[in-house]
Design a protein around this ligand. Structure first.
Ligand code: DX5
Ligand code: ZN
Length: 219
């Protein structure tokens, strides 16, 4: 039975007290913390950067699953590695040389993730699948929490899981965007083993994050 991990996105948390928010997530059974970094250029929104990640680092021992929606991304990798990111996920469109940036992330002993937007095909990253730790499949167009899940991505998850099985590779398949109690089972059945969620975890069941994490993990 595949182990399902939950990576709550703090984008939906209370930005005025992110330190206590991640402590609450850790106590509530989160497996890692999904940190959405946005630069207002790669995506039409601006969030947080390395200084905030550095400040948050002491508040949790959980892996920081840092999703970089920034471009160009290569020259900032060191900043995020030094700030305490554990997994550094980039979008292939955000670097001129994907192979170099993957190597650069690994040079800091960090795990490497590649993120596919809803319109980006698996082909774009297929030659790198045996060099990375994680593929982050976006089920919304990146930039904001609270968007609606795009069901077309279920086929992409299945196709990726097929490739993974055929080539006996062991990268994680993480799905991000609009995950809720109605689609989480479908996403897991399609092949995902890590679910990102912001709105559902922080807002459903009157904000009972422990219950919401548990439901996403088990339903
Ligand atoms: C969107 C981010 C997602 C988002 C998830 O660009 O990458 O991680 O915060 O939030 P929900 O679960 O509310 O869609
Ligand atoms: Zn994200």
């Amino acid at each position: 039975m595949k182990k399902i991990k939950i990576s709550p996105s703090i984008l939906s948390g209370d930005f005025s007290q992110l330190g206590s928010e991640i402590q609450k997530l850790e106590k509530a059974g989160a497996d890692m913390i999904h940190v959405d970094v946005m630069d207002g250029h790669f995506v039409p929104n601006l969030t947080i950067g390395p200084p905030v990640i550095k400040a948050l680092r002491k508040h949790s021992k959980l892996p920081f699953d840092v999703h970089l929606m920034i471009s160009p991304v290569h020259k900032y990798i060191k900043n995020f590695a030094d700030a305490g990111a554990d997994i550094i996920t980039i979008h292939p469109e955000a670097t001129e040389n994907l192979g170099d940036t993957i190597k650069h992330i690994k040079s800091f002993n960090k795990k490497v993730g590649l993120s596919l937007n809803p319109d980006t095909q698996i082909d774009v990253i297929k030659d790198f699948l045996n060099e990375i730790n994680l593929v982050l499949i976006m089920s919304v167009h990146p930039g904001f929490g609270g968007q609606k899940f795009i069901p077309d991505v279920l086929k992409k998850i299945k196709d990726l899981d097929q490739i993974k099985k055929q080539k006996n590779m062991n990268f994680d398949i993480e799905v991000d965007g609009g995950i809720n109690f109605n689609n989480s089972k479908l996403v897991k059945e399609a092949g995902a083993n890590i679910l990102v969620s912001g709105t559902t975890i922080f807002k459903d069941n009157e904000g009972n994050i422990k219950k919401n994490i548990e439901i996403l993990k088990t339903n």
